[in-house]
Design a protein around this ligand. Structure first.
Ligand SMILES: NC(=O)c1ccc[n+]([C@@H]2O[C@H](COP(=O)([O-])OP(=O)(O)OC[C@H]3O[C@@H](n4cnc5c(N)ncnc54)[C@H](O)[C@@H]3O)[C@@H](O)[C@H]2O)c1
Ligand SMILES: [Zn+2]
Length: 377
């Protein structure tokens, strides 16, 4: 058992001078000091976390850094999506500067995607850019947001509209931290795991059909395997297309629909991002099937699996109502992924066969949504 606890898998993200490792294992927060100091030269660190995560893991991380001979201090933010704004970014930067951080100080983002996004952004702009490490503590952050270098905050006009690409120097994904994560958050992150299977890895989707339930129930081996496979999938895409000139956009499978659903529900607790993505992927498959691109049986298989783990797969599963198809399509047209006003979608030819399409007729989308809202399909 101890041997298993001490082992960890290591992936490499090859981005030339911006390359870094992703370590996936158990107990990594406890060992963060040695993991970091054996790879990076920094002698000083500033931890950024949210209050909930800091209460759970802050002291462990701090002690581990100190034991490895690193000086460390911490800044905490309130938990929740509302933290990703200019006011909190400003305060975070001022607090870090008040701690007299230097160019050589390592910023450590300890938390979910909210912390990773705002702390990564702060690292990108403080002193014209300092190094940072991601220590993701949600499934969503471990399989998605901590890898790839997208950082930022939200604007009134939409989510993640202000930010920059700033790659971390290291990612430490401690799957043991998922034991304290509420089931609903775990499920939401699971939707992004399923996404990788649906994009280009049908065998992984089949594996999830067999192991998803165990993963959600707490099976550490399944969790580790899923995080590793997801990170590898994301790393490969990011290596080929760091700044989303093309292929990286496939990672938005389910997100055009998902973001519209999130916007319609006010980006709050009614619908978590991963929940919106789950339903969004169901819609992307349904649309693809309607357009004659994808077998209906694949669309049904996707819906079945997501529903079986308790993710929303129909409008009836969502809290906010009434729904309006025209409003949702209008919201999609405001998405960041819109190019010259045209709706860009990730569509599928089947499970594991996603592709980008920039000529989806809005009328087909409206019709599909209308029928789904009326539960005719
Ligand atoms: N940068 C990217 O590439 C990228 C990709 C996907 C999502 N995102 C962003 O990620 C954010 C969502 O991230 P998230 O789902 O991790 O949400 P989150 O950071 O808000 O975390 C969810 C909740 O779980 C709590 N929590 C975190 N870890 C915990 C743990 N181990 N135990 C108990 N509670 C814990 C947090 O305090 C919070 O209340 C969104 O803002 C989204 O835009 C970014
Ligand atoms: Zn997402």
């Amino acid at each position: 058992v101890n041997a298993l606890l001490e082992t960890a898998d290591c992936l490499h993200v090859g981005l030339g001078p911006r390359s870094y490792d992703i370590i996936v294992g158990e107990g990594l927060i406890k060992r963060a000091g040695s993991e970091i100091s054996s790879r990076l030269p920094h002698r000083r660190a500033a931890i950024v976390s949210d209050e909930t995560v800091y209460r759970l893991y802050g002291t462990t991380l701090l002690q581990s850094l100190t034991a490895a001979g690193m000086a460390a201090a911490a800044v905490t933010l309130p938990p929740g999506e509302a933290t990703k704004d200019f006011a909190h970014l400003s305060r975070l930067c001022e607090d870090l500067l008040a701690q007299r951080i230097e160019r050589s100080t390592l910023l450590i983002a300890l938390g979910g995607g909210v912390v990773g996004d705002i702390a990564g952004f702060a690292a990108g702009i403080l002193l014209r850019g300092i190094d940072f490490v991601q220590v993701p503590t949600t499934l969503l952050a471990q399989v998605d947001s901590a890898v790839g270098g997208k950082t930022g905050i939200n604007a009134t006009a939409g989510k993640n509209l202000i930010g920059l690409f700033h790659q971390p120097r290291l990612v430490l994904a401690d799957v043991a931290s998922l034991t304290t994560l509420p089931l609903r958050q775990l499920r939401a992150g699971y939707a992004e795991v399923v996404k990788y299977g649906l994009i280009n890895d049908a065998a992984f989707f089949a594996w999830l059909e067999d192991n998803g339930e165990a993963l959600l129930a707490g099976d550490a081996k399944a969790r580790r395997q899923a995080v590793l496979t997801s990170c590898r999938a994301k790393a490969e895409i990011v290596e080929r297309d760091e700044r989303e000139a093309g292929e990286r956009a496939l990672l938005n499978l389910g997100h055009t629909f998902g973001h519209a659903l999130e916007a319609a529900t006010g980006f709050g607790d009614d619908l978590l991002h991963g929940e919106a993505v789950a339903f969004g992927m169901v819609l992307a498959f349904a649309l693809s099937a309607r357009l004659g691109l994808c077998p209906r049986s694949d669309a049904e298989r996707v819906r079945c699996h997501l529903a079986s783990v308790g993710l929303p797969t129909r409008f009836g599963d969502l809290v906010s109502r009434p729904w309006d198809a025209h409003r949702l399509v209008a919201l999609m047209q405001h998405d960041k992924k819109v190019k010259e006003g045209r709706l860009t979608f990730v569509l599928v030819r089947g499970i594991g066969r996603a592709f980008l399409s920039c000529d989806v007729p809005p009328a087909a989308v409206t019709r599909l949504l209308k029928e789904m809202i009326e539960e005719k399909v």
